[in-house]
Design a protein around this ligand. Structure first.
Ligand code: NAP
Length: 285
């Protein structure tokens, strides 16, 4: 029970819904101009988790008036065939965004496939051109999960300028782009990872903590400064098989000023930012 809890919850589900209403309006405005925004989602093989993710993305598009193509391929699809398909979609004027669901089967070089996507259609923001644009502060597609975290901070009117933000995790899809986005908003950023010594001494100095590790209880109440904002990106299962994050929610919510729950936090924001990126791509055509 959290009866003594004082952290305010940042409700990702509610915020995602609000943002999706705007996506729906923008999609309708584009259709009125004769442009139907279109997203192609490529799925190779039958990974059960990937199938769920892909289905959710396709449904989110349908709910928002975005045309989507689910491009399913058998697990033995060759790399050359996949590259050829990406090329076809690059040249298809009805498609504004292309997403390749990861992981790909091991015989396919995922990096090569992502690099084959036209940067103008890279709505996942994983292409090196997108990563480079974020790095140098130029317009480009931001990876959806850290982008969603930034929207959550914006939703509480949080001023990052001069604050110390600590990102735990340095993956190319979450931790690193997260750190760059926080830096762009004038936070002082520390990036922690598996080789970080004395994580607690660092997180205790943080005004904002983003946990993106993929391990339960990476962040506990004794590691958090009172009043800090805690964003939990992690998606794990507890002993009962229930979805949980990286943060000990019950404990940390006694100390933090704001906290995102799992489920209902960052998760719903990720797909929403994919829709936003797709709309941005369609509006640029
Ligand atoms: P990842 O590629 O596995 O990266 C995990 C990072 O955590 C690595 O940088 C790793 O350090 C670091 N790490 C591992 N153990 C650590 C420890 N004990 N202390 C500090 N850092 C540690 O994972 P990811 O793709 O970034 O995803 C992270 C989590 O977010 C996962 O649970 C994933 O499911 C979740 N996720 C959620 C969403 C969403 O929409 N909600 C989207 C994407 C990801 P090294 O670099 O040194 O190995």
């Amino acid at each position: 029970m959290n009866s003594g809890s004082h952290a305010k919850i940042i409700d990702g589900k509610a915020l995602a819904e609000e943002l999706r209403q705007n996506v729906t309006l923008r999609a309708a405005a584009l259709r009125a101009r004769g442009i139907t925004p279109g997203l192609a989602v490529i799925l190779v093989g039958d990974n059960p988790a990937s199938q769920v993710y892909v289905r959710n993305k396709v449904k989110a598009c349908a709910d928002s008036g975005i045309h989507s193509v689910l491009d399913r391929h058998p697990a033995d699809l060759t790399e050359a065939m996949l590259l050829a398909r990406v090329q076809e979609l690059n040249n298809d004027p009805a498609i504004h965004g292309i997403l390749v669901q990861l992981p790909l089967p091991s015989h396919i070089d995922a990096h090569k496939v992502i690099e084959a996507i036209s940067p103008a259609k890279d709505v996942d923001g994983f292409h090196v051109a997108s990563a480079g644009a974020l790095m140098v502060g130029q317009p480009g597609f931001w990876p959806c999960t850290p982008y969603g975290c930034m929207k959550m901070l914006e939703s509480i009117g949080y001023e990052l300028r001069g604050k110390h933000a600590v990102v735990i995790g340095r993956s190319n899809i979450v931790g690193k782009p997260m750190a760059l986005m926080l830096l762009q908003k004038n936070a002082t950023v520390t990036v922690c990872h598996s080789a970080t010594a004395n994580l607690k001494s660092i997180t205790l100095q943080a005004d904002v903590i983003v946990a993106a590790v993929g391990k339960r209880n990476v962040l506990t109440a004794d590691m958090v400064k009172p009043g800090a904002v805690v964003i939990d990106v992690g998606m794990n299962r507890d002993d009962a098989g229930k979805l949980c994050g990286d943060v000990d929610f019950a404990g940390v919510s006694q100390v933090a000023g704001y906290i995102t729950p799992v489920p209902g936090g960052v998760g719903p924001m990720t797909i929403t930012m994919l829709l936003v990126n797709t709309l941005d791509a369609a509006e640029r055509t």
